[in-house]
Design a binder for this molecule. Structure first.
Ligand code: ADP
Ligand code: MG
Length: 721
């Protein structure tokens, strides 16, 4: 007999054991039983192709009519299109990067196909359907009848290990399986009427009917949400128990001096968040706080105030920024906001003053040496930097606070690398301008407390966004260039954003998730810049900016733009996050359909930051009614970042949302979908928190399961280091 911990070789042969390990990384019977079917092939309920409706889960019996594979232009890979017919009508099946299936699906072959009916370019299709081939030479009716059982589970498979083979292995494993002990507390299980773990595993792989398969799936999905919340909540409890240096607000210090010279009033939201942060900093335990705020909501000044609070207590603060452009801008902004308060030790500096310094990968040896010395001696209260801050040569006298800007670019590992530079656990403030729905925050940042800035500073003008359909209305683009010239003549500035640096390159791998194919030329900075400055924008000063330029060039270009020596920046997404030039009022985004929804929202946040209204124009070749066009319409239709991040998340794969460490075949998250399963995640969070509060040691099986997951998470962390 076998348990979930038994080695695979106890239920299947040596060869299969090796294939399962090589393909999926499976080692134990438990690993295999957590390989869940994607769907079931339901015999006796065959549909006619002519009658399929979009969204239906269907099984059809059909014959291959044609099969063609071709390479994609827009992204790496190939697509196999198979047309099948059942005599009543034809249907298209598509497979991405599975050309090997051409061997299976030869013209004339008959098979049962199962999948969800979708529509692409007005045609119904099944994308990545599952199928079971009818053996050649068989009487089809007999063959279809002949399959034993009623619901045939269809598994994620590969050429080496087809679905039916996986089903066989799982059948062997279930046959040998002892009653599986259930780690889920009975009170929780009964509350939702879930089957036991043993029942759930058996029913998912071998359901009596679709209803019990669904119940099993619910139970196992809940398990994922529940274990994840247990993990996050217990981590949070541990963090809360760590000791840190309390840095309570001091009156008459640097922070007070700063507040009294601030040229504007904090918004109500900024004040609330400031209080939350000040409260955390005053505790003898490390703060772990996420500050999420709309683009332009004024997170920087909130962070700066937290830093000054720490400096008033003799500590230092580090600010980690995702790009050199942004780090350099933070340095300038903070020096400007602080004025004489940033001139510590200098003639004319105030007594209270500190210094702000910058550490980046590309700075020259002399300025790096200076910056390192300022950080190590404690003379610099604020040390700003990119990844270079994590380097071994960087040391602090007393690092009390770490601020991470635009969190989505940094992983937990990098936060930890910086934390290790502090003698005592430092306080941590993580900032993101990509607002995320509550349950996603719970799932991704569940160990952090969350503060939210929803309002924009007073007097901020709303951004108007329009889609320019270039194919239908070519004149509109000309009009956009005229508009830029007009704005410049009124003393304003503009951005033009292109997806590429040069023809055939891409700045940003984020684009890879965009499906579909287009042979149209994609705009690039190197082509567009000269084209416009020699033509439509002849009258204004245009300069290019992109990630392949030297750090000095990028920095001097940004400075010239800030000083209004440049009117129009033609740029890639290097300006996406954080760039703050309030005088810029217009942005034209070329081939806007090439960008994700949140990315577009971030980009347009660069305009309308001053007192003049902002205008953002999304130029696209996408056809009307196409999914790409609908995404752009959604961006044009709302400036609510929370709404847009939902739209964005719906189009991304879970791994992208949760980060690499929580996806992959060995992951503990296979069924859970953060948006679809929102209410389940909230319930799981409540249940988990009750368990943690009452003490998890009362539930030995659950505690052991959690310890296992913690060990796996730690092992993954070590793997990556
Ligand atoms: P983000 O939250 O996107 O990082 P920033 O911190 O860059 O936004 O702030 C955007 C702009 O708003 C900056 O120019 C900043 O100086 C200004 N700002 C911040 N808070 C206020 C306020 N309370 N009143 C007026 N302007 C503000
Ligand atoms: Mg910012």
């Amino acid at each position: 007999m076998a348990t979930l911990d038994s080695k695979l070789v106890s239920v299947v042969g040596d060869r299969t054991t090796k294939v399962l390990r090589d393909l999926f990384g499976y080692v134990t019977v438990g690993d295999l039983l957590h390989h869940y079917p994607r769907r079931y092939l339901v015999r006796g309920e065959l549909s006619d192709i002519a009658e399929l409706n979009e969204g239906d889960e269907v099984t059809i019996l059909a014959e291959v009519f044609s099969a063609t594979s071709r390479r994609l232009h827009a992204r790496k890979g190939n697509i196999l299109e198979v047309i099948v017919t059942d005599g009543s009508a034809k249907l298209s099946l598509t497979f991405f990067n599975q050309a090997w299936r051409e061997k299976d699906l030869k013209v004339g072959k008959q098979a049962l196909f199962a999948g969800k009916v979708g529509v692409f370019n007005g045609k119904r299709q099944l994308a990545h359907p599952d199928y079971e081939l009818i053996p050649d030479g068989n009487d089809v009716d007999a063959a279809v009848e002949g399959f034993a059982g009623k619901y045939l589970p269809m598994y994620p498979a590969s050429a080496k290990l087809p679905s039916w083979k996986i089903a066989q292995c799982i059948e062997l494993a279930i046959g040998a399986l002892d009653e599986v002990p259930d780690y889920l507390p009975e009170s929780v299980r009964e509350k939702y009427g879930y089957p036991t773990l043993h029942q759930a595993l058996v029913q998912l792989h071998n359901p009596a009917d679709l209803d019990s398969a669904e119940k099993a799936r619910q139970r196992l999905t809940f398990d994922e949400a529940f274990m994840l919340q247990l993990l996050l909540l217990s981590r949070r409890k541990e963090l809360k128990n760590l000791e840190a240096v309390a840095r309570p607000a001091k009156s008459g210090g640097l922070l007070d001096a700063f507040d009294s010279q601030l040229p504007f009033q904090l918004t109500a939201g900024q004040n609330t968040v400031a209080q939350e942060i000040a409260h955390d900093l005053a505790q003898p335990h490390p703060m772990h706080r996420l500050l999420q705020g709309e683009v332009g909501s004024g997170k920087t000044v909130v962070a700066l105030r937290a830093m000054l609070n720490v400096i008033d207590n003799g500590g230092q603060a580090a600010l980690l920024a995702p790009t050199e452009v942004l780090a350099a801008q933070h340095l300038r902004t903070m020096q400007k906001l602080l004025g004489p308060l940033a001139q510590g030790g200098m003639l004319g500096g105030s007594d209270l003053a500190t210094q702000v310094t910058l550490i980046t990968g590309s700075q020259n040896a002399a300025s790096r040496k200076d910056a390192l010395a300022l950080a190590a001696s404690g003379a610099a209260g604020i040390v700003i930097g990119t990844h270079a801050l994590l380097g071994e040569s960087v040391a602090f006298k007393d690092l009390g606070l770490i601020v991470v800007d635009e969190q989505h670019r940094f992983g937990v590992e990098q936060r930890d690398a910086l934390k290790s530079k502090a003698t005592n656990p430092p306080h941590l403030l993580v900032m993101t301008a990509t607002p995320i729905p509550r349950t996603v925050a719970m799932t991704v940042f569940g160990d952090l407390d969350v503060s939210t800035l929803r309002e924009l500073p007073l007097g901020r003008q709303p951004i108007t966004t329009h889609v320019i359909p270039v194919l239908e209305k070519p004149g509109f683009l000309e009009r956009a260039w005229e508009r830029i010239t007009e704005e410049v003549s009124q003393g304003h500035q503009a951005y033009i954003v292109a997806p590429r640096i040069a023809a055939g390159t891409s700045e940003d791998s984020d684009m890879d998730f965009l499906m579909g194919e287009s042979s149209a030329e994609i705009a690039s900075v190197e082509e567009l810049g000269p084209l416009l400055s020699g033509g439509a924008l002849k009258a204004v000063k245009v300069a290019p900016l992109h990630g392949r330029q030297s750090a000095e060039l990028k920095d001097s270009t940004m400075q010239a733009f800030t000083n209004k020596e440049i009117d129009v920046l033609v740029s890639t997404t290097v300006i996406e996050v954080g760039v703050d030039v309030p005088n810029a009022t217009v942005m034209v985004i070329m081939d806007a359909d090439r960008f994700g929804v949140s990315q577009l929202h971030q980009l347009r946040g660069r305009v309308g930051r001053g007192t003049s209204p902002g205008l953002c124009l999304l130029a696209t070749n996408a056809e009307p009614e196409s999914p790409a066009r609908m995404r752009l319409d959604a961006v044009a239709g709302t400036v609510d970042g929370f709404e847009l991040s939902r739209i964005d998340l719906e189009q991304r794969r879970e791994g992208d949302v949760l980060g690499a460490s929580q996806s992959g075949s060995r992951s503990h998250l296979r069924l859970l979908r953060v948006l679809r399963d929102e209410s389940m995640i909230e319930q799981a969070r409540e249940d988990a928190s009750t368990i943690i509060e009452s003490g998890i040691s009362q539930y030995p099986l659950l505690a052991a399961e959690l310890a296992q997951i913690q060990a796996d998470a730690a092992a993954e962390y070590i793997d990556k280091a």
